[in-house]
Write a protein of this length. Structure first.
Length: 411
């Protein structure tokens, strides 16, 4: 409407003034409802062409969008295991800190598994004491066999000495018996030493391995037990939480609620979806203006800080069906990221608010070029100048927004 009024001042009004004062035609006489098109055909035609051209120029070089919002992350309150709720410690809309317990599940089976694992650890510790006793007994057995072997060797050596001296008191059978006895004692010594080595290996290798296995089983059981206690991973507010004692929770089919973090929310960044026609116009560093439903009568100066280099309408993932381009439901928008020019101006805008924004083309750096032609210089000046029309439209929209929302929307 503003563009039409402005263009009519340059086309229809001069045409009418010429008809009225140069040709003497009057409204209601020569110029009436039936003859106005013929009498003012030049002005009306020029007005239509100029209005369409002006609107196209404004919306192309100074794009606008009503799809602006700030996004925030939510954390699903979900246990890592299924179970029945036995205790609820938080209420809906409650503020929690990281590590606060939200609810507990029935942990009878997990607690029994922990007790079993602890008993296994204690059993392994006890086996270590028993093995130490076995080692002492094996060591004593080695000493006993060594003493018997030494005695058998002494007896054999004494009989061999007597035989060398020609004593008749020594018989060959006795020497053979003592030689066999020495061999037997040596075998018994080898067996005793092998038994001692076995006990030592049990103490140094087997029991530590059993202890490590028992401790690992205990840690696993404790981890399963810890899964029955659901805690807040980040500080935030509990929402949509209507859990009651006795409810059965499944990590796949039934979450317990949502945790909205109070930290890590970027209140300074807004995402805007502009039409694809603006892909060659919007650049990082462009200035913009934004108004939000949650903060009426306020225009916030913004700046373009980034542009998503892909359009979401083209995303795909492997499936068993070949994708056909004509199946795209609608053309995607160009995602542009905006931030306030001045820090803190968007702090009182709740995340998730719906906003509208204008982006403005600035050709100031091109106009400083001394080699710029006259026609291009005039065109760039015109493009920068008509941006004020879009800025005025945004202010009118924000001024009329409460009236339109509260009165004309059936509120």
């Amino acid at each position: 409407m503003l563009e039409l009024l402005f263009c009519s001042m340059l086309t229809v009004l001069p045409d009418f003034l010429f008809r009225r004062y140069a040709q003497g035609k009057r409204i209601g006489e020569e110029i009436n409802l039936f003859s106005v098109w013929y009498e003012l055909r030049w002005g009306i035609t020029a007005c239509a062409i100029l209005t369409i051209s002006l609107i196209t120029t404004i919306f192309y070089y100074h794009p606008a969008t009503t799809k602006v919002g700030s996004f925030f992350r939510t954390v699903t309150i979900l246990p890592e295991t299924s179970g029945r709720v036995i205790e609820v410690l938080q209420d809906n809309n409650a503020l929690v800190e990281a590590g606060d317990v939200i609810f507990r599940l029935d942990d009878a089976s997990q607690a029994a598994a922990v007790a079993t694992a602890e008993a296994k650890v204690n059993e392994t510790v006890a086996s270590l004491s028993v093995a130490a006793t076995d080692l002492a007994a094996a060591d004593a057995g080695v000493g006993q066999v060594q003493a018997a072997l030494q005695q058998a060797r002494d007896d054999l050596e004494r009989n061999l000495t007597l035989r060398e001296r020609g004593s008749s008191a020594v018989r060959e059978t006795e020497i053979e018996r003592l030689e066999n006895l020495v061999n037997k004692r040596e075998a018994e010594l080898d067996a005793a030493e092998a038994n001692k080595s076995s006990v030592e290996e049990k103490i140094s290798v087997l029991i530590p391995a059993q202890m490590a296995s028992a401790e690992a089983a205990l840690k696993q059981a404790e981890a399963e037990l810890a899964k029955t206690v659901v805690k807040a991973s980040v500080p935030g507010r509990v929402e949509q939480f209507e859990l009651q004692e006795g409810d059965y929770i499944n990590p796949i089919l039934r979450p317990a609620g949502i945790l909205v973090p109070t930290e890590f929310v970027d209140r300074e960044r807004f995402a805007a979806g502009f039409g694809q026609l603006t892909a060659n116009v919007i650049k990082p560093g462009m200035y913009a203006e934004m108004g939000c439903l949650s903060k009426p009568f306020t225009i916030i100066p913004m700046v373009v800080v980034g542009i998503q280099d892909v359009i979401s309408a083209g995303q795909m993932r492997p499936s068993d069906v070949l994708r056909d381009v004509q199946d795209n439901g609608r053309p995607g928008t160009l995602t542009v990221f905006l931030e306030p020019v001045y820090e803190g101006q968007a702090d009182d805008i709740p995340p998730g608010s719906t906003c509208l924004a204008n982006a403005y083309t600035n050709n100031h750096h091109l106009l400083d070029n001394p080699d710029l032609g006259t026609g291009e210089w005039l065109f760039l000046h015109m493009v920068d100048t008509v941006g004020i029309v879009h800025a005025l439209l945004l202010r009118i929209q924000m001024l009329m927004l409460p009236v339109q929302t509260l009165v004309f929307s059936g509120h």
